[in-house]
Design a protein around this ligand. Structure first.
Ligand SMILES: [Zn+2]
Length: 110
C-alpha cells in the first residue's frame, strides 16, 4: 500500500505532458516505451514535439526506452527508500542483528 503512494508522488509533472495534452487537433503519434521489467508505457506526442529517448515507467518508475529488447538499466537508487529509512536502518542495526540471530536460531532444525 505504501509503495503505491510512493510511486504516485515520485514524478509529478516531470514531463512536457501538460502542454501536449491541450493541443487536441495537433497531429500526434503514439510512442511506446518499455522498462527493464517489460512494462509498456504508451504516450502520444505531437508531431512537432521532440520525443524523449526515455520515459519513466508508469508502474515501477524505472526508466523506459523505445527499444523493447534493450531497455535502459534501472536506476541504482532505490526509489522508495527515504533518507529517514536509511537513518532508522543504521540506528537499529545492532538490534536487527540480534533479532536476526535469534530468528535464524529458531529456523534451524532441532
Ligand atoms: Zn516498469
Amino acid at each position: 500500500m505504501a509503495g503505491g503512494n510512493a510511486i504516485r508522488g515520485s514524478r509529478v509533472g516531470a514531463g512536457p505532458m501538460g502542454e501536449a495534452e491541450r493541443g487536441e487537433s495537433a497531429p500526434r503519434r503514439p510512442v511506446a516505451f518499455w522498462c527493464a521489467n517489460q512494462h509498456e508505457t504508451r504516450r502520444s506526442f505531437a508531431d512537432e514535439a521532440a520525443v524523449p529517448e526515455t520515459w519513466d515507467c508508469q508502474r515501477c518508475g524505472f526508466p523506459a526506452g523505445q527499444d523493447r529488447d534493450n531497455p535502459p538499466a534501472p536506476t541504482k537508487i532505490e526509489p522508495y527508500k527515504t533518507h529517514l529509512a536509511y537513518v532508522r536502518e543504521r540506528r537499529n542495526e545492532q538490534d536487527g542483528e540480534a533479532i536476526l540471530t535469534e530468528a535464524l536460531a529458531k529456523l534451524r532444525p532441532k
